[in-house]
Design a binder for this molecule. Sequence first.
Ligand code: LMR
Length: 336
Amino acid sequence: MKFTSWAIGIAVAALSAFAPANAQQASPIIIKFSHVVSADTPKGKGSERFKELAEKYTNGRVKVEVYHNSTLYKDKEELEALQLGAVQMLAPSNAKFGPLGIKDFEVLDLPMLIPSLASLRKVTEGPIGLGMLQKLDSVGLVGLGYWDNGFKVMTANKPLRDVEDFKGLKMRIQPSKVLAAQFKALGSLPQALAFSEVYQSLQTGVVDGQENTPANIYSQKMNEVQKYMTLSNHGYIGYIVVVGKPFWSGLPADIREQLTKAMNESTAYVNQISQKENDDAVEAIRKTGKTELITLTPEQLASWRKVMLPVYDEMGDRVGKQLILDIQKTVAGSTN
Ligand code: LMR
């Protein structure tokens, strides 16, 4: 007799409906944690640390399956999958929530807003960070923590030193209106592409360059297809670890408590290693001898700043003028 897969599925569902209650309880709660970067990045390492701690603290009642490097879903798909309950945990970058209708996190894409990771911590760990997480409720998500990647650099096959160097270049961006405005201000043509498509798009000339953190660039081998990397640190990439609200609120309270503990410790771990991960990636790229690393002069940096800062006014209505002011006030006084 030939069984179709749906028939088998129904049979399995029917059998489990009649399984004894204790047998059902014995099967672990599965958390599928999907993300788009490699295992060898702050986020990749953080997801593995969370798996280890979550399974330990729940004595195996929770099993975490980590899917690195877009192996399960790409950027846009993963958010849809989370809302549909096909995965339980993600950590998209702050630039990726706009398409869901949550524009606040894009404030962190504003160029030259965050002077240091220490000052960022004052934002994310204080009332501003909490307020932004609460916005996720309106789209059925719960934010569990802010994970760093780090500061962005620029890459291309021509040296990017002066603002004029950006003119007419097709630059890959994440799907953030703030990032689009930043590159338009520089005279470039921004193109939103999924992270998994960046390497090939650079290789085939679909785009000329991109901005990202050194850890992301090196772990995706983007440096192999980009001759120049400008160490501009002009902007930030971080993550919001999110779960679906129905999943999270449906967990037994003791499990939720242990997972929160595992998440808090994983967050501390990621935020402790992120700077070194990126510094190591810069050195690894330097060592290849194939990509020239460019340091901007104070004058060049000042001219980038002059061109980029009007983006704050332009994007004020989108991300919230008050939010920009509150962040500026919170980070004021931090210089590095
Ligand atoms: C990108 O799309 O460039 C990054 O946000 C990917 C990531 O998750 O760090």
